[in-house]
Write a protein that binds this ligand. Sequence first.
Ligand SMILES: *Cc1c(COP(=O)(O)O)cnc(C)c1O
Length: 341
Amino acid sequence: MLPPMPGLIERYRDHLPFEPGDPVVSLGEGSTPLVYAPRLSDRVGADVWLKIEGTNPTGSFKDRGMTCAVSAAVREGAEAVVCASTGNTAASAAAYAARAGLRGAVIVPEGKIATGKLAQALMHGARVIALRGNFDEALKLVRALAARHPVSLVNSVNEFRIQGQKTAAFELVEQLGGELDALCIPVGNAGNITAYWRGFNEAGHRPRMLGFQAAGAAPLVLGAPVANPETVASAIRIGNPARWEEAMDAMTSSGGAVNAVSDDQILDAYRFLAASEGVFCEPASAASVAGLLSHGSRGAARVVCVLTGHGLKDPQTALDHAGAVVPCDPELGAIERAVLR
Ligand SMILES: *Cc1c(COP(=O)(O)O)cnc(C)c1O
């Protein structure tokens, strides 16, 4: 039998703030596939790869940060972990809290989270609190809560989240032998772009960081917070990113940029990836590809698009924007017409 693939902390311990003997809460996260995208490459006129973060244990990149944040919470003797979430942080925090035997509480905007993510958080036994407010309000409240009580805040304001997530940059440098000119990435609370930039700097490679926000939730593009962010890409429906300055620094010092993409562009890229590359990601993830398609590779020859979460997270958006099911009577003639037409 092959030895199991180690989780991130074991794999990159030399680059992470964990000593041998520290508690490690892992579900075998990281080591995600990098898949070449031939049709997308044709359209863009560059070599494009997809970093498939949806293959992490709970289906999003949040697991990279969560293994570190929850391991540190156990080391500190926290009684519970809490977060505000547009969905994936909640699913990931709930899973890692269950694994660690800690209580988990997640605050989500009421009615605004994708079905799969809600199912995960509930199944993992977290207390799921539906806030009559948006993500930005939820984050403000959990920060205040964590300042008063012995609970560990596992949003990306937590330094351990950034530490864990930077390992995706290490993997890209390994997978592409250091030959990478630009990284396209969706930006919500701006933790992930901050983490990649940190990782690339530590690895000694500095590709252009091309960040993309949904047009209805694009504070970094507008240069001011957005009071009521709106987009089909619920994972990046954020109006006041916590890592604002660091994200802007990553884009400026790498010679990159931040741009907006419309919901229609996001949905087009979402369907294109599924139908033409065989890769099903969630809408927020498709913002990276929508951005590359609409803004170009800016001279980069080798580009990676980060697909942050799995398409199965949000089955309703998929069903709303995909083709219809074909009904059929149980007879050969009917089947022939249905299949071969
Ligand atoms: C959290 C998340 C993002 C945004 O990441 P930030 O670190 O908040 O910028 C993008 N896509 C998906 C699927 C996410 O879950």
